[in-house]
Structures are given as C-alpha cells and as structure tokens.
Design a protein around this ligand. Sequence first.
Ligand SMILES: Nc1nc2c(ncn2[C@@H]2O[C@H](COP(=O)(O)OP(=O)(O)OP(=O)(O)O)[C@@H](O)[C@H]2O)c(=O)[nH]1
Ligand SMILES: [Mg+2]
Length: 437
Amino acid sequence: MLKDFKDTIIAPVTGVQPSAVAILRISGSQAIDISKKVFSHWPSEFKYRYAYYGTFKNSDDGLLIAFENNKSFTGEECVEWQIHGSLASIQSLIDLSCREGARFAKPGEFTMRAYFNGKIDLTRAEAIKDSIDAKTESHFRLASNVRNGKIYLECLDIKKSILKILAQVEASTDFSEEVGDLNTLEVSEVLTLLLKKLDLLLNSKSSSKLLRKGVRIALVGKPNAGKSSILNMCLGRARAIVTDIPGTTRDTIEESIEIAGFPCILVDTAGLRTARDIVEQIGIDKSKDELENADIVWYVYDASLGWSTEDQEVYGNITCPKIKIANKSDLIRLIPEGIKISTFTSQGHQDLMLATKKLVPGIDIENQIYLNERQTDLLEKIHNLMINSLHTIQNNYSSDLLSVDLYTVIRYISEILGESANPDVIQEIFSEFCLGK
Ligand SMILES: Nc1nc2c(ncn2[C@@H]2O[C@H](COP(=O)(O)OP(=O)(O)OP(=O)(O)O)[C@@H](O)[C@H]2O)c(=O)[nH]1
Ligand SMILES: [Mg+2]
C-alpha cells in the first residue's frame, strides 16, 4: 500500500515545552532544501547522518542531522533540528519552514508516512503508539517486542504456510494427473500446527486486555472501615479525604498504581449503608457499579468492630477475585479474618500487595505477545476459519470450501499487517497518535 506524499511536513517530536532541548522533524521531498534555508551553517561537504552544529535563522543555535529516505523513520528525506526547547524558538522555526513550503504535521503523520512508505507494517505502527502510551515497564517491553516485529513475523509465517497449502490445493485440482490428489494428511498436520500457533498467540489476549485498560481494583466496604485511608497508604499521599465521619467519601476516586507489572486502577468508593440523602445514594449506587465492573475487589472492614452479617452478605455475592482486608488491626489483639492492615503503621501493606499479585496474571515478557483489540478480533476470525478448514479436510469435503476459507485467512492476515486494511481503519489508528509521532 504505497503512497506518494507531495507535502513536506514539520512538527516538534519532543514533548511538553518549554524544555531544555526540543527536536523538530521535517520530512518530505523539500526537507533538505528548507533546512538549507533555515540553517545558516550548511556544510560544504554535507553528509547524511552526521550531526552539524550551527545557527538557525531565528538566531537559535543547535544541531542538525539529516537522514536519506532509506535510513529515515518515515522512508522519506528527513531532517531533525535539535534546538532550545522554548515555545518561541520552536514556533518561529515552524513558521519560517511553513513560509518556505512546509506544512505543520498532523498527529501520527510521520508514522503514517513510515507505514505507507513500506518502512513498517500496521502492527509495528500500532506498537509505536503502545510504546509511547505504556504505563509500566512490562507493558513497554511487550509493546517493544511487537514494534520489533513479533506479530508481523508470526503473521508472515502463517501466511507463508497457508499460501503453500493453497498452491497444493490448486495444483491437485488443476493438474491432478501430474501431481496426484491432495495429501490431506500432510495438510491437516500443517493446519493443526498453525492452530497451535494461533492458540499461543490468542493466549495473550486476556492479559493484553488487562494491560490496555488496567486492572480495576475496587475498595469496597461499610462507611468508616478505612477504604480511603488504604487508598492513601497505597499511593503514599493523602489523595482522598479521611475523617471519622461515616459517609465521608461520596463519589468514586480513581488513581493508578502498578502491581506485578500491570497498571492497576484503585477505585475508592462510598461506604455501603442505607443512604442518608440523595447524594449519598448516588455515591452508593456507584459503589455497587464498581462491585460489578471490578477485576478485583478489596473488601475492607473495621477489625475492631468485627466481621458482620452485612459484610458477609456483600462479600459473599462478589463474583470476581476478592481480598478480605481487616483494617484498624492496631486496635485489636485477636487475629481477625483476612489480611491484617493498619494504615496508621502501614502494617500489612506488603501482604496486601503480595495477595493482589497472585490474582493478577503473570507476564512472560519473552513469550507473551501484546495484542490490541483489532488484532485479537482478526486473529479470532482466522482461528475459526482454520478450525473449519481442518474440519473440511478431515471429512474429505470439497477442496473449494478449503480454498474459500484459506483465501479469507490470507485476507485477514493482510488486514492485520495493514496490506489491505480499510482506509477508515487506518485513518482511525493514526488519528489516535500524539503530535510529532
Ligand atoms: N486505628 C485506626 N484507625 C484508622 C485506620 N485506618 C483508618 N482509620 C480511621 O478510620 C476513620 C475512617 O477512615 P476512612 O479512610 O475515611 O474510612 P472510609 O472507609 O473511607 O470511610 P467512608 O468514606 O465514610 O466510607 C478515620 O478516622 C481514620 O483515621 C487504622 O488502620 N487504624
Ligand atoms: Mg472514604
């Protein structure tokens, strides 16, 4: 899916300004010409991928590095200017470049060009965004694996094997006298192996989903049990209001933390009781929604008051993985039910983390593949078609049926890789990128 881009585009590729240094990237057929006009020390013996120090036309000074199209990120001539990261310097150089014929780049436009210019396939383009969005190191490393071609290579492998089967099917139909009948045993062995490969890929789908959306942990319990105090203890700061008045928290509060390499969202909720007013009722309804939507529930009770029938009623109805937390354990001697916590002394904090880790699926950085929803969806369709194909071959049904299914598999693989993806899908993917990427 190659495309010829006429415009030369420019944007800062570094983040929040002001900063010590900013990098402006200019990409397209005029990148060098425009750079020559704004950089006053253009070297007489210019070389690509060499850093040159000099002054820019807006009187800033910095470095310039140019990349030829087969070595650049975008697959076009590309020049990067490292300048002072002041808004004024950045804006004036962008204005100067636009006057010389460049245009300000749209979000994701550099990566989109890299994709259309055949530098990367769609899975690697998506992984660039995932790498930028990653909130934990393990998420970043999994996204990097995809960026380095893990899904791309797996898909190419599957595609190659399917094309081979299709060639055999066609040869056995068109030239049966020369090549003989289709070796159904061999084909079903290959299909079985491919199905195992797909199973392995799809095994990562639930942990990929959790990495993407974060593990939602709801802090639930009666008023005054110490839910907000536990939230604050886990964050290491006083995020939620804590008082001894039951019903202090009225709305849900969400904050991110990392547990076992997973981004987790801790959700503090309003204490469960018969509401005293409409505001509290809305808060309690939200707490009940959180109970439904959570991946894990931390059920908190006041250990000094003991485990009540109301606690048991709510706790017993929680269907997702749950942890019983006996808070205020500094107030009692007896070992209560659940994990003993005191937010006053931080006792039990580590135990809580360890117990939660056990409920979060482990991450195997080497073997796991980070899949997004688009890829998962297509891989599942491929998986179903392969099961059909295996069924067709094992029951000696018409080889036309086999061809139709396997050609559809090829089409779906091409969609995963972006070789034949719908333009609207492509547009949507790149529109979610940040500016300068
Ligand atoms: N002794 C003792 N008191 C605690 C502990 N944790 C919290 N408290 C106290 O218990 C009271 C209630 O704490 P919160 O964290 O506001 O309780 P909550 O469950 O969020 O209450 P609501 O928002 O009303 O649902 C406050 O006075 C806290 O200081 C603890 O570990 N030990
Ligand atoms: Mg509270």
